[in-house]
Design a protein around this ligand. Structure first.
Ligand SMILES: [Zn+2]
Length: 572
């Protein structure tokens, strides 16, 4: 027989839910009223101040959003409170402390520096290292790609803004001084665009016009990558681990020679990687390799590489439920003694992103803590690398810049070291970064009510700059949405246009244009202390000039549409 008991927590939450639901209902009514009023004014031919209307709509949007957030949070609390009541009533279960930390991660915590084609000035990089250490990093995973000072026949690989040997030595000394281990990363199979784009190495390509991967049957392939590894090793004496990349070899077994090879793709992968792994092992260096090519392998194949490598298992999504093949961890547990994990602090949402969604990356790291807590007991996790991709590949535009992502580094490292991310930790980390107390790690809207905060960490001006840029990007997306909903060819041709929506698109265009134009003159001043001229030129061209051009061509079109929408012929 069930005994009904009053749970006052549940009652309190339920009452709050009712009150917020009522406020939400009233706000919705007010918003609808506001829109009706605007449309009525327009149809009666009275001028409406566009900016005031836009701001008013934004204000309602914001209040509605807040009310909706509160509703969602209360609903979640009610569900949790119900669950807790059930748990408390079951005497066979241990008491669950809601504030209990999930897991503090005590292994290596590496910050990945993806320097391809856009190295920060060495002085800046060195300036950042003590902050990494203070926030909880124990090391760095350094991917130089074309900015390493390659020599002799590899000199052609060097970008114009590559580092000098003296730079690297200074960097390594600073890392040691800050108790940060360094693991260099050199790609050895796929993602070798920076090598295979050059005519000197084009004959090593697996596919004639694809510059991404090597042909594993070309006898020069392995010696070529060993040459790269040895030059990097020579400048990194005493390293314990070396990362050989090995991810996303998409076009394996496609050339005429490999197609005739009796071995399957996995066997060809093992064939190519084994001499590279052995080369490092012989030098008393433990190789680390991305795991994605092996995720579906039967355990016998995995066991071939087991004694040679520590795989780095990567996943950057904010929810990793069902992300891996169901029996993958068990197979890895049978084949490998030690693995690494890789989460992300930037460069994992869109190839064109500028603004770093911190909450997204914090969730990704929390998911990793959860995965690690459930791994087979035989599998040891040496560490987690927080990846921070700068470009999706050698040819891609820059995504989030490192200085714009430093708050994300701090929050992700804190998540790993503290095993959680709660309100208290959000506030204390914001304070550490010099960000305002009310700083939120989940920023959903970038309207007039959003004011990009400033901090005190190195390069904080760039963090603020991309906050402003995101407001213009928000306008761009807003205009595109309005165009796709209210300004399609049929609507324009038949002059069946909503003045309200056309004007809203026009206002967003003017607003976005104003921001981008201001940033064009600001960018050089802000980026100058961190990046060289070539990076600044690229960033301004891709991120600002393109947007200015887009808005400038859109503005007269929307002006025309506004005239049409305001005319008598528009009101059918
Ligand atoms: Zn081939």
């Amino acid at each position: 027989m069930k005994i009904m008991r009053i749970n006052y927590t549940n009652v309190g939450i339920a009452v709050s839910l009712l009150v917020v639901s009522f406020i939400f209902f009233k706000l919705s009514q007010l918003k609808n009223h506001s829109r009706t009023t605007s449309i009525t004014l327009q149809t009666t031919g009275r001028a409406v101040e566009p900016l005031i209307k836009d701001k008013a709509a934004d204000l309602f949007d914001d209040q509605l959003q807040k009310a909706q957030d509160t509703l969602e949070s209360l609903k979640r609390e009610l569900v949790l409170a119900r669950k807790d009541t059930v748990k408390e009533n079951r005497m066979d279960q241990p008491h669950v402390d809601k504030k209990k930390r999930i897991l503090r991660f005590n292994g290596q915590r590496l910050v990945h520096l993806d320097l391809k084609g856009a190295p920060t000035k060495m002085d800046y990089l060195i300036q950042v290292l003590p902050h990494f250490q203070k926030w909880g990093a124990t090391g760095l995973l350094v991917e130089y790609e074309d900015v390493f000072p390659y020599k002799a026949k590899y000199e052609v690989l060097r970008a114009k803004n590559s580092y000098s040997e003296a730079d690297i030595k200074r960097f390594l000394e600073a890392a040691t001084a800050n108790d940060l281990i360094v693991i260099p990363l050199v790609q050895t199979f796929g993602h070798l665009e920076f090598v295979l784009k050059h005519k000197e190495f084009a004959h090593l390509r697996e596919t004639e016009h694809f510059t991404n991967s090597l042909c594993p049957n070309n006898k020069e392939s392995v010696p070529m990558v060993l040459g790269l590894i040895d030059q990097v090793l020579a400048l990194h004496p005493g390293v314990k681990w070396f990362h050989i990349g090995g991810d996303e070899v998409w076009n394996i077994k496609t050339c005429s020679v490999c197609q005739k090879d009796a071995r399957n793709k996995s066997e060809l992968f093992v064939h190519h990687m084994t001499p590279i792994l052995t080369h490092l092992k012989n030098k008393q260096v433990t190789p680390v390799m991305w795991d994605d090519m092996m995720r579906n392998w039967p355990v016998e194949y995995l066991k071939e590489l087991g004694p040679l490598v520590e795989p780095m298992v990567w996943a950057y999504a904010s929810d990793l439920t069902g992300y891996y093949p169901p029996d993958m961890w068990q197979r890895y547990g049978e084949a490998f003694k030690t693995i690494w994990a890789a989460s992300a602090f930037k460069g994992a949402t869109h190839p064109w992103s500028n603004f770093v969604p911190i909450g997204f990356h914090v969730k990704n790291n929390l998911n990793w803590l959860n995965i690690i807590s459930k791994l087979p007991a035989t599998l040891q996790v040496n560490g987690i690398a927080l990846t921070g991709w700068s470009r999706y590949d050698h040819y891609a535009t820059l995504c989030e810049l490192l200085p714009a992502a430093l708050p994300s580094v701090a929050y992700c490292l804190q998540t790993l070291t503290q095993g959680n991310m709660d309100e208290e930790l959000i506030k204390s980390t914001a304070k550490e970064l010099g960000l305002p107390e009310e700083f939120r790690i989940n920023q959903g809207r970038f309207n007039d009510l959003y004011h990009p905060p400033n901090g005190t960490f190195p390069g904080h001006e760039i963090f603020t700059l991309v906050g402003h840029l995101e407001k213009a990007v928000y306008d761009t997306r807003g205009v595109a949405n309005l165009q796709q909903g209210w300004m399609l060819d049929r609507e324009v041709e038949s002059k069946f246009l909503s003045y309200f929506q056309v004007e809203s698109a026009y206002n967003k265009t003017v607003h976005g244009l104003k921001i981008l134009t201001a940033l064009q003159s600001e960018a050089e001043r802000v980026l100058g202390p961190v990046y060289d001229d070539s990076v600044i030129k690229e960033w301004v061209k891709d991120k600002l000039d393109g947007g200015v051009k887009h808005f400038n061509s859109l503005k007269p079109q929307l002006e025309e549409l506004r005239k049409v929408a305001a005319g008598e012929e528009g009101k059918q």
